[in-house]
Design a protein around this ligand. Sequence first.
Ligand code: BYC
Length: 314
Amino acid sequence: MRKKNAADAADAAFCARVAEGFVEPGDAMPDGYRATLIRQMSQHAHSEIVGMEPEGNWITRAPSLRRKAILLAKVQDEAGHGLYLYGAAETLGTTRAEMTRQLLAGEAKYSSIFNYPALTWADIGAIGWLVDGAAIINQVPLCRCSFGPYARAMQRICKEESFHQRQGFEIMLALARGEKAQREMAQNSLNRWWEPTLMMFGPPDGESRHSAQSMRWKIKLHSNDELRQRFVNMIVPQARYLKLRVPGSPKKDRRTGDYSYGPINWEEFRNVIAGNGPCNRDRLRARKKAEEDGKWVREASAAFAKKHLERRAA
Ligand code: BYC
């Protein structure tokens, strides 16, 4: 009983601490807080890196030099986001090598959305518009989360995500103003990406095992369902502007101003995060190949760093 009271008091003290300002890497923190951050930040970093795959495939097939240059810059930004996030997670005592090992062993998750294929050029528009749009809704609040290195990484990432969403919307706009076949391609992409994008926000609040504690610690500032609703409210008017039909024909609640959505196939979501989505195996195969192909670069830079240190010491 005495032990439980002491644990409750320590927890209450830490919750008061996070309300005061950023927690920094050298500060005292509960083991659970550290572990939750490492889990979320490493999953987030893996999502950025795996997220390069569906779009990377389209760089050589983008319809013009301008589109290629923009897509190339976007995919490079995602590599950068992954690196900021791995770096921020490393301040908590883990290593990039260990996080990568967990990803390749299937122990760490990455966003469910990247287990779906990008079949047409319109899918690149839909990814930018919807997936990066969802990322912004989820990540802007993270700029104010309690852990300093994560919050600061998110500030820079969010600026770049705004550019990503605009490039996606602009692709959709060009298609929506194009010929019948282009409009159909845009509609078909929205139909396929809508539900998987809604799943990005995580399971419904009643089934989210980490939300309550993460919100107490200000690792998360809003629940999964709150952010999902914000996203729907943002996208429905944009889809109308594009003259595209959002699946499920959202209706506006006059009282709350919220648009309806769903139902969402949560069985499919559970299946995808268990490793059985349409592209899970391809995505991990590509990461394993990249890890193998990059081995000599890591070895060469480690040998160079060692030589450099030895020379300095001499
Ligand atoms: N996919 O208790 P819950 C991007 C897991 S990158 C896979 O609600 P939490 C972009 C969850 O991990 C976007 N797994 O968890 C990149 C947990 O499993 P574990 C990535 C999911 O953490 C390139 C279990 O389900 N964004 O935008 O409180 C190009 C229970 O869930 C998913 C981030 O990572 C999912 N969708 O909340 C373009 C943002 N949802 O770990 C774009 C940061 C849930 O216990 N992360 N799970 O085995 C977050 O905000 C939160 O971690 C989540 C989940 C809202 C995702």
